[in-house]
Design a protein around this ligand. Sequence first.
Ligand SMILES: [Zn+2]
Length: 478
Amino acid sequence: MARQGISRRTAIKGIGAMGAVGGGAAYGAKAARGSGRSAVRAKPADYAEQIARRVHETLLVDSHEHLPDESERLKGSVPGREKSANDWSLIFNHYLDSDLVSAGMPPKDYSAFFTTQLDPQAKWRLIAPYWPAVKNTGYGQAVRIAIRELYGIDEVSEKTVGRIAEAYRASLTPGLYRKVLCDVAKIDSCQVNAGSFHESDMPDLLLQDISIVGMYMGPSLHAYGKGIEVRELADWHKVIDAWFEKYARYAVAVKSQAAYSRDLDYEDVKAEQAAWIFKRVLAKEPVSAEDQKKLQDHLFWYAVGKATEYDLPVKLHTGYYAGHNRMPLGRVAKNPTSVCEVVRRAPDTRFVLMHICWPYYEEMIALAKHYSNVFLDMCWAWIIGPAVSTEFLKHYLTSAPANKILTFGGDYRLVEPVAGHAAIARRGIALALTELVDEGWLTVDGAFELVEPIMCGNGRRIFKLDEKKAACRKAPWV
Ligand SMILES: [Zn+2]
């Protein structure tokens, strides 16, 4: 068995994320002889490459991005780096920059790297000491693959950074997003979390989430439209109602990343217990942390109730924190047990739990297995940990129902590395399915049957993508 497993891994080496992703070259001579979809009856020697081929040909539903519209990006607007010019170094921003800092890059070099004051060679000298340490992480691999797939440049080095800078500038033309997302990454559509709700000018490629985090954290009184004077909690409820009334038909889901600043222990707090706290917040009077939490809890459930009324899934950030030098792992470790109480309390709400709550992913598989209203989303996971995500998918598919797993979300602000992330995901999905066949947990037919649902079909169904795309094409801002 072990020997056979090794041979299968060797066989699909050809789709190695850093090997030959993206094109026809991804398949060896054996696969080239295969007959595409009729290859379900693959001979054992062929199935690894044929699974890889099927995974390569299948569109990915991308369930999570932070992309601005292409029109904004081409004007130089990059979320989180608004004051930077649109410079090649941005490809290293979000998320590879965090690995560079973790590897020891000093703050002054970090800042200098993202300015426009330095030429490519000088920038290379700033990252060169840390490059060997970060180039093989998921963040590093996504960037290297993107550079190779989009610019045809195989390595990042002193010799190539000048060409990378030129290729980056030359690529900033209309059509960039379709090239990266559709042609290279083979993505059906993205689901974007950008502000409270973004009226995108690419309505059926960049579908949008309603962000609910500002409805209950703070709350953000200025983020959700004008026209309703807010004097008390009941008025704020009306603002939330109006936001859903206006955007729910176009949104694919609602999203909250409040796990970055609090535990996910949302209690059932009635309006009458929260109303006086809201008034104090409005008057900018001091409010204890305990009372702030009560107000947040009340408003969280109010927003979740509206999402449920409009049949929108509720996406919640769980697990690891983006960035560096700030994550309270004790709080993160509580995510699975806290979110368990949330899903148990709202059986009619569909919860999409994001990022596999890494590194606590086994607990999340238990939730998906046990609760019919829990769906797991591997967005961001493949670049946090490519190998562990492969293991996660193997564990998931042999433990919990396959119709509740979403296998891809790039989670980027910049479009380019999405192509690298998608290549890593495809490699991991193909590896997971092949190893399950190797190990006797799946038949070859069983592996082929799973490809479309886990990459695309589940996303289309869970987020009603056909209906939402049709609605967005007719949206008043299009
Ligand atoms: Zn995100």
